[in-house]
Every structure is written in structure tokens, then in C-alpha cells.
Design a protein around this ligand. Structure first.
Ligand code: MG
Ligand code: MG
Length: 278
């Protein structure tokens, strides 16, 4: 297994700087994602925030990705490429983006995603609202498990439990298994792999100085996906809606710190009785 990069307290502060840039991109995208706007215009919004904050995009050029943000609409799960598509009221759209800062001669990365209904929750279908609520809740449950769990596998267990809590008669959200969370630090994608489902076998112990990107991806139907010919866009095979939420979280000396949340995770972690500990 590749080595897990352990960060010093100072390095985690540098990652917080990157995380706050990502939070600013999210705020700008949420504001700009109105009916009629094109996905390319939204990529421009993201690029401007990154430039204005003396940061750099870790998405643009990654494996040849052509934009600073992945925008995934309705049945697109992840890795959607911004194009001339115009958002419509009621669309369920996810924004996944990141930034890095250079400190101490190295890059320090942040990575986070959120999903929203264009035009406000009331513009969306019941299915879209339900799916987005359970996906966000499963992310916070998973982040809380980084504070309370002994091993990285606690994250997948927490996602599964949260999904089960939202069971509605015969309906449950599908948990995508092909894509996972990951360690993050001097590169965007590092060891360990962070599964969103319960798995047997040993996983690494959660230790002070670990930083993880926790990112459940749920669907309103089956979990099968396929990739378009552009070699990026991931869609649900059955055409069902998908939602994706992600934060970068650090295990600190006294607890956890959600580096890409403006409040460090205070509001989202409160239901779990956890306070962020920078
Ligand atoms: Mg991401
Ligand atoms: Mg990620």
C-alpha cells in the first residue's frame, strides 16, 4: 500500500488556506448557478475566484481535464465537462472543484463538492430533494466518523448507516462504488483510498496529521455507471439522478477540522456532538 502522507500542524494550516479558496469558489458558484447560465460561464466564475485568491487550479489540466470545475447535471454522477449547456430550474447539479496554494516550496491542495437544485429546492422534484438531502447528510456522518472512528473503514460504514436512516419505504439511495474518496496533501489524490461503503478487511488507522477527501456519490436508482466518449463524463446507466458532496478533512491533535468548510465544519458536525478542533 502506498505511504500515507502525514502533515504537520503548519502544513494543515496551509491546507486550510487552500480549503478556504475552495469554499469561496463554492459560494460564487452557488450564487451564479441560476437558470439560463451556461456551464462554461460557471467555469469562468470558478477560474476568477482562484486567480483573485493567489491560488491555482488543481483540476485544470489534471489528466487533460479542460476546466477548473467538474459540473455534473442530473444523471451525470461526476466529472462533467463545462460546455454550452444552460442550466434549467429544477436541475440537480453538482460542482466539484479544487485549488492549491504553494507554501514551503510545495503544493497544498483542497478538494470539495456540493450539489444543488437550480432555482432553489422548491424548484426541484421530490426525488431530487430527497436524494440531495441524504447525500449531504451521509457526507457529514462520514466526516464525523473521522473524529470518532479508529480506521478509515469507519467512513464507509457511516455512509451506509446514513443511507439506511433515509430509507423511505422500499426506496434507498444507491451508493456508487466505482469512485471513492482519497488522501490529499501535496497532491490532490493520494493514499489511502476512502471507500463509501462497508468493506471487509483491514484499512489504515486514522492518525493525527492525516488529511482525507470524503466524498459520497449517491444515486436515485441503480449504482451502475458508464463513461461518455469524452472519457470523463460519468452517467448513471439507468438515467437516475445523482448527487455528490465532498469536503477535505484533517485529523488534528484534538479532533478534526473540515478544511474546505468556511466554519471548519461546526454547523454540519453539530448534530453528531462534534466541534471542529483546528
Ligand atoms: Mg472533488
Ligand atoms: Mg476528491
Amino acid at each position: 500500500m502506498p505511504r500515507i502522507e502525514i502533515k504537520t500542524a503548519e502544513q494543515i494550516k496551509w491546507m486550510r488556506e487552500a480549503g478556504l479558496v475552495v469554499a469561496k469558489i463554492h459560494a460564487a458558484l452557488r450564487e451564479a448557478a441560476k437558470p439560463g447560465v451556461t456551464l462554461l460561464e460557471l467555469d469562468e466564475v470558478s477560474a476568477q475566484v482562484i486567480a483573485q485568491n493567489d491560488a491555482k487550479s488543481n483540476f485544470l489540466g489534471y489528466g487533460g481535464f479542460p476546466a477548473t470545475v467538474c459540473i455534473s447535471v442530473n444523471d451525470t454522477v461526476v466529472h462533467g465537462i463545462p460546455d454550452m449547456t444552460r442550466l434549467e430550474a429544477g436541475d440537480l447539479v453538482s460542482f466539484d472543484c479544487g485549488a492549491y496554494v504553494e507554501r514551503g516550496g510545495r503544493q497544498w491542495h483542497g478538494d470539495a463538492a456540493f450539489t444543488m437544485i437550480v432555482g432553489g429546492d422548491e424548484a426541484g422534484s421530490m426525488e431530487a430533494r430527497r436524494l440531495n438531502a441524504v447525500t449531504e447528510a451521509s457526507m457529514w456522518a462520514a466526516l464525523a466518523s473521522v473524529a470518532t472512528g479508529r480506521r478509515v473503514s469507519a467512513i464507509g460504514d457511516a455512509v451506509e448507516e446514513a443511507v439506511e436512516e433515509y430509507r423511505d419505504g422500499s426506496w434507498t439511495a444507491g451508493i456508487i462504488e466505482e469512485y471513492t474518496g482519497h488522501g490529499i496533501g501535496t497532491a490532490m489524490h493520494q493514499a489511502p483510498e476512502v471507500l463509501n461503503y462497508s468493506a471487509r478487511g483491514m484499512s489504515p488507522r486514522i492518525k493525527e496529521g492525516m488529511v482525507l477527501a470524503v466524498e459520497p456519490m449517491l444515486t436515485d436508482g441503480d449504482i451502475e455507471t458508464y463513461v461518455l466518449e469524452d472519457e470523463w463524463t460519468v452517467k448513471t446507466a439507468d438515467g437516475s439522478l445523482a448527487s455528490h458532496w465532498e469536503h477535505t478533512v484533517a485529523k488534528t491533535k484534538d479532533g478534526i477540522w473540515v478544511l474546505t468548510a468556511p466554519d471548519g465544519g461546526e454547523a454540519g458536525l453539530a448534530p453528531y456532538g462534534i466541534k471542529p478542533r483546528p
